[in-house]
Design a binder for this molecule. Structure first.
Ligand code: UGA
Length: 432
């Protein structure tokens, strides 16, 4: 099939490359010429394991094309995916849809024959109706069909999530169109993915409801972890035993710092705005947002307690600053609050992240990027493991310590408290 992806951000690039890998011809279009030039030179603008290989392989086989020429890409394609960003609106915490509507107007201008127009961007319930109206102003209804097909890709594991999805959700009442999408996804359906069809608003809702539920699950276990800390119970036991109940499930029950990233914080806010708009109080999701915001403060208070409220001139090492491993994404990461706080309190902060130095900390005069774990932790009073990158799972703390006394705050529960205690370390973790 011939496909056009509008927007070569995270979702557009990963999905476009993976669709090409399934044998389709894919035009990835973006107005950002610099980004398109970069991709045409074989450089990938985002950090995503495995993406480089798939992009290069399919680019060389000419199935994957990068262009700024929207008109040609639209005219040449049967299916057009809208993959532009929907950031939080400054006005009302809902999703800012200006890029989605611009894409709809652009599509309307260039439609030459029947097109399936698919929203992959996360868009509030009823956005598909609005896109349809925009295009209908310029084109006859028989020339297009607007469909919702939300993505469920996790950063850092996006290729795997694309290739082995639990489900593929399509929102459309048009049988011919859903059959076409079913054949596009056929290689994944054959491997076991469930192809689930509902109406357009239903598909839009599934995406938000899923993200808000996962955010709820994390906040829930984080609050139980707080109680574990006060009662001497081990949160790991609670997560394991709860997860063994098939009605609950074990995934997304890991206690840690506040959830971050570009999706959960944005989407939980946006769905509560939609709730308000439709006069439905989504009080659970609202309290999840509150709980997650408060969690960041809680982490800071814990650090203060670990250092007996004496942060000034302390050397603090932070391992991992991204919101999760295998990504360079800093959006809504707890580290964005923790590191400036420590600096304000007079600490000297060394940090290391396998995805590199972060511009977010470049203006902080006592915050330094180090090249590896050992340089970061040298002479530290406190080592904080903030993100669970693989290389932080096997640190030789004995080698690090050189008989110097330091404390460890493991926000991801990577180490066993028993073993750490046995080795003589002052070790603190989450909910145990
Ligand atoms: C999330 C969803 O998982 C994807 O299904 C969805 O497609 C994506 O948002 C999106 O809407 O585009 P992502 O934001 O990449 O994916 O990251 P997650 O793996 O979901 O992690 C989000 C946050 O939750 C991270 O801060 C992570 O550390 C935290 N988390 C996750 C926990 O604290 N505990 C867990 O058990 C799992």
């Amino acid at each position: 099939m011939k496909i056009c992806m509008i927007g070569v951000g995270y979702v557009g690039l990963v999905s476009g490359a993976c669709f090409a890998d399934l044998g389709n011809t894919v035009y990835c279009v973006d107005k950002d010429k610099e980004k398109i030039d970069m991709l045409n030179k074989g450089k990938i603008p985002i950090y995503e394991p495995g993406l480089n290989e798939i992009v290069n392989k399919n680019y060389l086989s000419k199935r994957l094309k990068f262009t700024t020429d929207l008109a040609t890409a639209i005219k040449s394609s049967d299916i057009i995916f809208i993959c532009v960003g929907t950031p939080t609106s400054k006005k009302n915490k809902s999703a800012n849809l200006q890029y989605v509507f611009k894409a709809a107007n652009d599509i309307a201008r260039h439609i030459n024959k029947f097109k399936i127009i698919v929203t992959k961007s996360t868009v509030p319930i009823s956005t598909g109706d609005k896109i349809e109206k925009i295009i209908f102003k310029k084109r006859k209804k028989r020339l297009f069909e607007v469909v919702s097909n939300p993505e469920f890709l996790r950063e850092g594991e996006a290729i795997r999530d694309f290739r082995f999805p639990d489900r593929i959700v399509v929102g459309s009442n048009n049988k011919k169109v859903t059959r076409k999408l079913e054949s596009l996804y056929d290689p994944l359906i054959k491997k076991g993915a469930v192809f689930f069809v509902t109406n357009r608003r239903g598909a839009e809702m599934i995406k938000y409801a899923s993200n808000a539920f996962l955010a709820t699950k994390i906040s829930y276990i984080n609050e139980i972890a707080n109680l574990c800390e006060k009662t001497g119970v081990n949160i790991e036991d609670i997560s394991i035993a709860m997860g063994l109940d098939k009605r609950i499930g074990s995934r997304f029950l890991r206690a840690g710092p506040a959830y971050g990233g570009s999706c959960f914080p944005k989407d939980t806010k946006a769905i509560t705005v939609t709730g308000d708009l439709f006069k439905t109080d989504l009080s659970i999701i609202k309290s999840v947002i509150k709980s997650n915001t408060e969690r960041k403060i809680l982490l800071i208070k814990r650090i203060e307690k670990i250092l007996s409220n004496n942060i000034k001139n302390k050397k603090i090492a932070i391992l991992g600053v991204t919101f999760k491993p295998n990504t360079d994404d800093m959006r809504e990461s707890s580290s964005l609050l923790i590191i400036p706080f420590l600096e304000r309190k007079g600490a000297i902060v060394n940090y290391y992240d396998p995805s590199g130095k972060k511009k977010e900390f470049s203006k902080l005069s006592k915050v330094f990027f180090c090249k590896d774990i050992y340089e970061t932790c040298k002479n530290s009073d406190l080592i904080i493991i903030h993100t669970e990158w693989d290389e932080f799972k096997t640190i030789d703390f004995k080698k690090l310590s050189k008989n110097r006394k330091f404390k460890i705050y493991d926000m991801r529960n990577l180490y066993s408290p028993k073993k750490m205690k046995k080795m003589g370390f002052s070790y603190y973790s989450v909910g145990r």
